[in-house]
Design a protein around this ligand. Structure first.
Ligand code: FAD
Length: 318
C-alpha cells in the first residue's frame, strides 16, 4: 500500500487533525508514509509532520496556496498523487478536506470514505468503520476500488509522538489561472483569542448561567485553560452571546480534547455538536440532567459556586 497524507495548515500552522491523519497513515502503511503540504509553512511545522509518522514530506511552497482555494488544492493534490503513484490518500475530515477529497476522488477514480474512526479490516476485502448520524452510530463500508481516499474523523487517532525527522522535498506542480478562478478576497476572523471550531479546549455555557452578565465566570475559566468559549442555542438566540459561539446540530460542531459544559441540559441537538470531543466534563446543579450520561466527568453543583473554585484551582495548579 502506498499512502499519501494531505496536510492542512492555517496561518502556516499544521492542523492537529492533519497530524492525526499522518499517524493514521503510519499505522496503515508503516514507515513508508509520504505527506504533502501546501503554501507557506515553516520547516519547524513540517518537522511536526515527520514526528507524527511521515518518512517524507513533499512541500509545494506556492504562496497562492495559503488561502485554501479548493480547486487549486484539488488540482495540486491530484498531480501529487500521480507523481508519487500513491494508491491511498489519507486526510482529515473537514470542510476544506471534504471538498478537496471529492474532486480528487473523481480524478483518481477512487472510492472516498469520510469520518473514518478506525483502521480498515483487510481479512476479506477492505472494510472501513465510519461514524454516521452526527456520531450516534457507526457503519462498516466496503471499498472495492483499487484506489482509496480515507478522511479521518477528528480525535479518532492518537498522534504518534516518538517519530523521527522526515526528509522534506520541494514539489513543483502546474497550477493555472483556472485553478484560482474563485478568489478569497478577504477573511474576517471571529473575535476571541482561540477560535471555536479549531479549539483544543472549549468552555461552553447554557441557560443555567441566568444572563449575559454572568459570562465572566465562563471567560475566566476559559482563559485559565487557554480555551475557546461556546454556548447553547437559546443563549445565542437571546443575544447573551454572539451566534458564532452557538454549538450543536444547528451551530458549530467542535472536536476538542476537552469540552466543559456549564449549565447546559444536554439536549440531543446540543450533543450532536460535541460528541466527537475526547473528554466531556459537565457542571450542572441537577444531578438528573441528561448531559451527565454523555460526560466522562461530572460535577453536580451550582455553577456559581463551582466555577470560581475550579478556575482558582487551575490557576494554582499552573
Ligand atoms: C431543530 C432544533 C435544533 C436545535 N439546535 C440546537 C443546537 O444546535 N444547539 C443547542 O444548544 N440547542 C439546540 N436546540 C435547542 C435544544 O433542544 C435545547 O432547547 C437547548 O440546547 C437547551 O439549552 P440549555 O441547555 O442552555 O438550556 P436548558 O434546557 O434550559 O438547560 C439549562 C440547564 O442549566 C442547569 N442549571 C440551572 N441553573 C444552574 C446553576 N446555577 N448551575 C448549574 N447548572 C444550572 C439546569 O439544571 C439545566 O440542565 C435545537 C432545537 C431544535 C428544535
Amino acid at each position: 500500500m502506498s499512502v499519501l497524507v494531505f496536510i492542512e495548515a492555517a496561518d502556516g500552522v499544521v492542523k492537529k487533525s492533519s497530524l492525526e491523519a499522518v499517524s493514521y497513515g503510519f499505522k496503515l502503511a508503516g514507515a513508508s508514509v509520504t505527506a504533502i503540504a501546501m503554501g507557506s509553512i515553516s520547516s519547524d511545522e513540517l518537522a511536526k509532520v515527520g514526528a507524527a509518522g511521515a518518512a517524507k514530506v513533499l512541500h509545494i511552497a506556492d504562496s497562492r496556496l495559503d488561502n485554501g482555494v479548493i480547486q487549486a488544492y484539488a488540482s495540486a493534490l491530484t498531480q501529487a498523487v500521480d507523481k508519487t503513484g500513491a494508491d491511498t490518500l489519507v486526510l482529515a475530515t473537514s470542510s476544506l478536506g471534504n471538498a478537496v477529497a471529492a474532486r480528487v476522488a473523481v480524478s483518481m477514480q477512487a472510492a472516498l470514505v469520510s469520518n473514518v474512526v478506525d483502521l480498515p479490516e483487510t481479512g476479506s476485502g477492505f472494510k472501513v468503520k465510519r461514524s454516521i448520524y452526527t456520531g450516534k452510530a457507526f457503519a462498516m463500508t466496503e471499498v472495492t476500488t483499487a484506489k482509496k481516499i480515507l478522511a479521518i474523523k477528528k480525535n479518532a487517532v492518537e498522534i504518534k509522538e516518538d517519530g523521527a525527522a522526515a526528509s522534506v522535498e520541494a514539489l513543483v506542480v502546474n497550477l493555472t489561472d483556472a485553478d484560482f478562478a474563485a478568489k478569497i478576497t478577504s477573511v474576517d476572523k471571529a473575535e476571541g483569542d482561540v477560535l471555536l471550531p479549531e479549539a483544543d479546549i472549549v468552555v461552553s455555557g447554557g441557560r443555567g448561567l441566568k444572563g449575559p452578565e454572568n459570562w465572566g465566570m465562563i471567560e475566566d475559566l476559559a482563559k485559565s485553560l487557554g480555551a475557546a468559549t461556546g454556548c447553547s442555542k437559546p443563549v445565542s438566540d437571546m443575544d447573551w452571546r454572539p451566534h458564532h459561539e452557538h454549538v450543536g446540530q444547528t451551530g458549530v460542531k467542535v472536536s476538542p480534547s476537552l469540552y466543559i459544559a456549564v449549565g447546559i441540559s444536554g439536549a440531543i441537538q446540543h450533543l450532536a455538536g460535541v460528541n466527537s470531543s475526547k473528554y466531556i466534563v459537565v457542571v450542572n446543579k441537577d444531578p438528573e440532567a441528561p448531559f451527565f450520561k454523555a460526560a466522562d466527568y461530572g460535577i453536580a453543583g451550582d455553577a456559581f459556586e463551582v466555577l470560581p473554585k475550579l478556575t482558582e484551582a487551575i490557576k494554582a495548579a499552573k
